[in-house]
Design a protein around this ligand. Structure first.
Ligand code: PMP
Ligand code: GLN
Length: 382
């Protein structure tokens, strides 16, 4: 059939996870932690479930969670958010992305996006009738190509989709880069859809800066967060949206027709989690940073050259120094089936021609012994 979505294959995450299972490989492909998030958060969900929080919650989310999201916005970024009108709970950041794109894009509207891109962005932009304008970042340092970014904006630009910290690159946009983006958004009277699901996974003393905190951006930005990443509970699919009240009233229209609500017991537990002390959040970043360092070091000794990784739990490695001269797809298939380590080919995240074909994305949100074993398998294989 002639359909936008019919033209897509199965998402690379599902493909590589299945291949990993079929071959008993350590799965560093799809991004998810191998240790569940805090026990007290999970216990709060279990108690809510047994205690009777199981029917439709309010459409915009449990008040407790909306308040917790507003409080977190103030605590971490100094943002002043009205929880009654400016916060919405969704079934994962994925639903939030879909809500925003369906609500804001009219056929023919242009949408600026950075490549490499997270897999659901482009299909959903296209399905909404948007015209993607891609700006390409390249490894190993993922510098912002300022002229290309400027050229991607036009009078037809409806929004820019900014993933910061960025999957799969591990890039964290700095203030100077965000100022350039903010200037373009303002100049073109556009919106910025800010996917900030990795907001608390930033390394080396860097700070995550929401674009929303820059001058003029409060009413133009929609900020997305996810309990999946912040509490290492990816299967829960609890996301949250922060946006100006007027904008939110439009986003809510999409949400009410797409999922309407999200499991209330999980919402209750995420509200509890967001109120945790600062130690939890700094501990999450420090723990992941330790894993990045450990894994990068071991992979370096095995001959791989890692790209810059300042946030998220993904490390991209150039495999050419090991002597492998095939494509990244061949590389990932080969290491999954023969070395017993699954990864994702980075070209899967590029749309434009001449995509990077010699990098593999590896998820390091795993126990140290699993990372060590994976690095050893790769070292022995090449
Ligand atoms: N955006 C990015 C950049 C992600 O990496 C993910 C998680 N895979 C999502 C959105 C989706 O988050 P959720 O699981 O909350 O839907
Ligand atoms: N966000 C995760 C990743 O990038 C996977 C999410 C998914 O499987 N859709 O690997």
């Amino acid at each position: 059939a002639n359909s936008v979505l019919g033209g897509y294959g199965t998402t690379i995450f599902e493909v590589m996870s299945k291949l990993a299972i079929d071959h008993g490989a350590i799965n560093l492909g799809q991004g998810f932690p191998d240790v569940d998030g805090p026990e007290d958060v999970r216990r709060t969900a279990a108690e809510a479930l047994l205690g009777g929080l199981n029917q439709y919650p309010p459409m915009m989310g449990l008040p407790a969670l909306r308040q917790a999201v507003a409080d977190a916005n103030r605590r971490f970024y100094g943002l002043d958010i009205d929880w009654t009108r400016e916060v919405m709970v969704t079934s994962g950041a994925t639903e939030a992305l879909t809500d925003c794109l369906m609500a804001l894009i009219e056929p023919g509207d242009e949408v600026v996006l950075f490549e490499p891109l997270y897999d659901c962005y482009l299909p959903m932009v296209r399905r909404a009738g948007g015209v993607p304008k891609l700006v390409r970042l390249d490894p190993p340092h993922w510098e912002l190509p300022v002229e290309a970014l400027k050229a991607a904006f036009s009078a037809k630009t409806k929004l820019i989709l900014l993933n910061n910290p960025m999957n799969p690159t591990g890039k964290v946009f700095d203030r100077a880069e965000l100022e350039i983006i903010a200037g373009l958004v303002e100049a073109h009277d556009a919106y910025a859809l800010c996917d900030e699901v990795y907001e608390h996974i930033v390394f080396d003393g860097l700070a995550h800066i929401p674009l929303m905190t820059l001058p003029g951006m409060r009413k133009r930005c929609i900020r997305l967060g996810s309990a999946g990443k912040t509490f290492s509970l990816t299967g829960w699919k609890v996301g949250y949206v922060t946006a100006d009240a007027e904008l939110m009233s439009v986003l809510a229209k999409a949400h009410q027709f797409i999922t309407f609500t999200t499991a209330p017991n999980l919402q209750n537990a995420v509200a509890y989690g967001l109120a945790k002390g600062d130690d939890y959040f700094t501990g999450l970043a420090a723990g992941m940073q330790g894993k990045r360092d450990r894994f990068r070091d071991r992979l370096g000794k095995a001959g791989f050259a890692a790209a810059t990784c300042a946030g998220t739990y993904f490390l991209n490695v150039d495999f050419r120094p090991t002597g492998f001269d095939g494509t990244d797809e061949e590389f990932c298939r080969r290491i999954t089936t023969e070395a017993g380590v699954a990864a994702v080919p980075v070209s899967a995240f590029y749309q434009s021609d001449g995509a990077v074909r010699h990098f593999a994305r590896l998820c390091f949100a795993k126990r140290d012994e699993v990372l060590d074993e994976a690095a050893e398998r790769l070292a022995n294989f090449f």
